[in-house]
Design a binder for this molecule. Structure first.
Ligand code: ADP
Ligand code: X15
Length: 403
């Protein structure tokens, strides 16, 4: 894993922040329920050490983040005011939520800040320029501050303006969370105790598919569940009913399967699944073989036989990394697979790494987070590290002086 951190990066501890305006990129992309309430504030809590560190040293802290995937325009339910409120409660001090992230209003609010003040800019992804890494947008963000801190481990695999653009204009250092995460992954992955298994589920299928070839080159066992499984089933010619399938990625999936076979990596799919007509609570559901999902039915969870099989396999490994729930765990009827996998990992006498906003949310809900070796705030970022890919957000930071 030497290629993950080619050089040591400068951290917030190696720069004078007193009375400075410091722009901190955080990952406040917290899971929300249907009513728009935060269901797990792990990512907000994880950012507290850096924010407290900066406030205690009299910095003027300008926080920024994305929330969800708005299509480059304002979406009321994805405003960051609710995060500012939660942060303010956790810090026991005011956090002002601004109405935009660049522009004259933001500039005057920032100019009026005193040492130790905290503001939170509005959702960066309300501007399409964020995801395009637009230089003028990055420069606009940078112009608010004198120092840039990246503490958004969970978003550091994205080459977006607030992650890789802003460091072109400001001294750029790692926050305490980013440092902790990168160090944890490097330590765990440098020489993982074998057998080493990875469990992949969740919904961000195409993102994860891209990394699978590299993941395969590092593991002994790959277990696939969640939304990802349907595309694998389709590539094998199974009936997938109304499940969402990435039809343009079927060849890629076949290549992944071949690659696994060639390398002697065991790639397991669920042998049975729970299906329903809609992914909603109270809708009738049943267990069917994975090969035979009836027309009109959607795969919502892995089935009981698959849970047993996955658990048996996992009990025999020494290191497990898990990203992506194996079912729609937010709905109680479809939470059992994810709960059982979490319980198996919690009881494992080996190294267990959990990554991702939703996976962490699930493990927290089951009360099992404390049983894991490392609970990461990043899912895609963790997988990228697993795949041996340098994170653009880390690469963009200033190199540390000395060893
Ligand atoms: N079979 C499935 N079909 C659709 N969505 C699923 C399925 N299994 C899991 N999910 C959903 O995947 C989402 C999390 O995916 P993802 O964002 O990739 O994970 P993470 O945030 O942990 O990286 C959850 O909201 C969960 O409901
Ligand atoms: O939630 C996140 O990633 P994750 O679901 O892989 O943990 C990050 O905030 C990145 O979000 P994105 O995948 O919309 O760029």
């Amino acid at each position: 894993m030497q290629n993950v951190i080619p050089r040591r990066k400068k951290t917030v501890r190696e720069i004078d922040v007193t009375s400075k305006r410091v722009l901190v990129r955080t990952d406040f992309n917290v899971p929300l329920d249907e009513a728009g309430a935060i269901t797990d504030d792990t990512r907000i809590r994880a950012s507290l050490p850096t924010i407290q560190y900066l406030c205690e040293r009299g910095a003027r802290v300008i926080l920024c983040s994305h929330l969800g995937r708005p299509q480059g325009r304002v979406e009321g339910r994805l405003r960051l005011a609710l995060v500012a409120n939660r942060l303010s409660l956790l810090l026991d001090r005011p956090v002002a939520a601004l109405h935009d992230c660049i522009g004259p209003e933001v500039e005057s609010a920032v100019a009026a800040m005193n040492d130790g003040d905290i503001v939170l800019l509005e959702n960066l992804r309300f501007h399409p320029e964020e995801k395009k890494d637009d230089p003028a947008f990055a420069e606009g963000l940078a112009s608010l501050a004198e120092i840039y801190v990246n503490d958004a481990f969970g978003a550091s695999h994205r080459a977006h303006a607030s992650i890789v653009g802003v460091p072109n204009y400001l001294p750029a250092v790692a926050g305490l969370l980013l440092e902790r995460e990168v160090n944890a992954f490097t330590r765990i992955l440098q020489n993982p105790e074998r057998p080493f298994a990875v469990v992949i589920g969740g919904a961000k299928v195409s993102d994860k598919l891209e990394l699978l070839d590299n993941v395969i080159s590092r593991v002994d066992l790959l277990l696939i569940g969640g939304g990802m499984a349907a595309t694998f089933f389709a590539s094998r010619g199974y009936r997938t009913g109304a499940s969402q399938v990435e039809t343009d990625r079927l060849d890629e999936v076949r290549r992944v399967e071949k690659n696994a076979e060639r390398r002697g990596v065991r790639l397991l799919l669920p042998s049975d699944v729970i299906v329903a007509e809609r992914l909603e609570a109270g809708v009738p559901n049943r267990v069917v073989p994975a090969t035979e999902v009836p027309d009109g039915q959607i795969i919502a969870d892995i089935g009981p036989a698959a849970v047993d099989e996955f658990s048996r396999e996992l009990r025999a490994v020494r290191t497990v990394a898990w990203n992506g729930p194996v079912g729609v765990f937010e709905i109680p009827e479809f939470a059992e697979g994810t709960r059982r996998i979490a319980a198996t990992l919690a009881n494992l006498d080996g190294t267990t790494v959990i990554g991702g906003g939703s996976t962490t949310d699930a493990v927290q809900r089951f009360g099992l987070a404390d049983e894991m070796t490392h609970v990461s705030t990043g899912g895609g970022a963790a997988l990228a590290m697993l795949a041996g890919k340098p994170l653009p957000g880390v690469e963009a930071l200033d190199d540390a002086e000395g060893p």
